[in-house]
Design a protein around this ligand. Structure first.
Ligand SMILES: CSC[C@H]1O[C@@H](n2cnc3c(O)ncnc32)[C@H](O)[C@@H]1O
Ligand SMILES: [Zn+2]
Length: 450
């Protein structure tokens, strides 16, 4: 029989089936899966000879699922701050992407991003970017579980949308059967993709059983321009084009009225809530309390490092829980356990992966994070869930496992291919910075080429 390891934390937070915290419980891991959950003494009894990993002072919970990111944009962190969405995209980000975009850019940026995510307890992410094959290669090298979204755009300067779709499908085909990877179609937004292509993508996704992710209702301007141009709000337009279904992940959903929310809920659409990016681009505050009340499945995402500027699910989780209260005027909105559910199982469900990840349950992959709660800055612990959501930071992440294997410990990557890949890329960082500075030169003294 395959060797068994017992992980023995002070508190186990399974996330499902209920909100219970199991004090003094641990898990047995075998063949990369959770094989047993029980009090420490019972585990030792049932699994004699198993290796033990004591985690005194720690809470053990499912790894975070970052439901929306653009990993390679880590190379553009801080290259376009303090701008609203359309100025940020049109004046900074798209010119940079137009000049720098290549397979190397995407691979290097994705490795950097995955290193940051893993160290902070994220074990799965949903990416939307160019060169999906490179994102997939980087995810495999770093050992992170990923849903890789191939971007489809219909704007001037971008490759033909058919070509982008073909790239996404080719990546899907190439990595078919990789248990750590999934593929998505990622039309950028309703304002950059036309009706025919959106309709076509809905049909392709249905045929190939793929998730679709799309930026939706991010700004007031987006909604107003859609009404002026199409006579419909963007969500309504997507409904007409056949895109609203449980396979759709709507990203942002900041400006949603009651009819939009009812439309998303009735079609089983999931929502990726990205609070830091929405704040930084001054897009607004998503109506999280009303979305949950309507029964919309909620996940949490960081968005890319160029609009966040961190890829840190613990800080995103805290922000989501705080903002839901501030936005609704109700301190009971998005309570701690509900927020943690969104950052784990909600994200997994949106990706159709909730049978494998997102909670600590027998049979699921052992994708886990241990968070140290016994440091002076966190003592005493009344409720470990409260501490994880409201008090802990990524500096408190003790250890991270994917498929039962340690991938990061005390903020350092532990597996050698990912460590050496990261070191190689770090040596190229100044070249990427110089090339980006060349595009922006003259507009920001901190980006000068010297
Ligand atoms: C289809 S994803 C790639 C594309 O999207 C751009 N992008 C990154 N963040 C956002 C956002 O919050 N709203 C809209 N577009 C965004 C990214 O720069 C790529 O061009
Ligand atoms: Zn985004």
């Amino acid at each position: 029989m395959a060797p068994t390891t017992l992980l023995l934390p002070d508190w186990l937070i399974p996330v499902e089936p209920d909100q219970a915290v199991l004090a003094g419980h641990g898990i047995a891991v075998r063949d990369g899966r959770i094989a047993d959950i029980a009090p420490h003494a019972v585990l030792r009894d049932r699994h004699p000879g198993a290796a033990e990993r004591p985690l005194a002072g720690c809470a053990l919970l499912p790894g975070f699922v970052n439901l929306h990111t653009h990993a390679a944009m880590s190379l553009l962190r801080g290259a376009g701050d303090d701008l609203p969405l359309m100025a940020w995209l049109q004046e900074r980000i798209w010119p940079l992407e137009r000049k720098l975009m290549s397979a190397d850019f995407v691979y290097d940026g994705s490795v950097l991003a995955f290193a940051e995510m893993l160290a902070g307890g994220t074990t799965c992410c949903a990416d939307m970017y160019f060169h999906p094959e490179e994102v997939a290669r980087a995810a495999l090298s770093m050992g992170i579980r990923a849903a890789v979204g191939g971007t489809v755009f219909e704007i001037s300067g971008a490759p033909p949308a058919e070509q982008m779709l073909a790239q996404a499908l080719a990546a899907h085909e190439k990595y078919r059967g990789e248990p750590g990877l999934r593929f998505m179609l990622a039309p950028h937004a309703p304002y950059t993709v036309g009706d025919d292509m959106l309709r076509h993508l809905a049909a392709v996704a249905e045929e190939a059983d793929l998730t679709i992710a799309i930026h939706l209702h991010e700004t007031r301007q987006e909604v107003e321009e859609a009404v002026a141009m199409h006579g419909m709000r963007p969500a309504e337009r997507l409904a007409h084009l056949g895109l609203l279904s449980p396979r759709l992940v709507a990203v942002h959903g900041v400006h949603l009225d009651a009819d939009d929310i009812a439309l998303l809920a009735s079609h089983g659409v999931s929502l990726a809530h990205c609070p830091a990016s929405n704040l930084k681009l001054a897009s607004g505050l998503a109506p999280v309390a009303r979305l949950l009340e309507a029964g919309v499945n909620l996940g949490i995402g960081t968005d890319g490092a160029a609009s966040n500027n961190r890829l840190d699910m613990l800080s995103e989780l805290r922000l989501a829980a705080l903002l839901a209260k501030g936005a609704s005027g109700d301190a009971r909105a998005l309570p701690a356990h509900r927020a943690l559910h969104a950052a784990t199982l909600g994200g997994a469900k949106a990706l159709g992966w909730d049978d494998r990840i997102g909670s600590v349950a027998v049979g699921k992959y052992a994708d886990l994070v241990a968070i140290r709660l016994d440091s002076a800055r966190l003592a005493p612990v009344f409720d470990p869930v409260s501490h994880v959501v409201y008090a802990a930071g990524r500096e408190d992440v003790e250890e991270v496992w994917i498929d039962g294997r340690t991938v990061a410990k005390k903020l350092q990557l532990t597996n050698s291919p990912s460590k050496s890949d990261l070191e190689r890329i770090m040596s190229r960082i100044s070249q990427w910075r110089l090339r980006a500075a060349g595009v922006i030169s003259g507009t920001n003294t901190y980006l000068s080429q010297e």
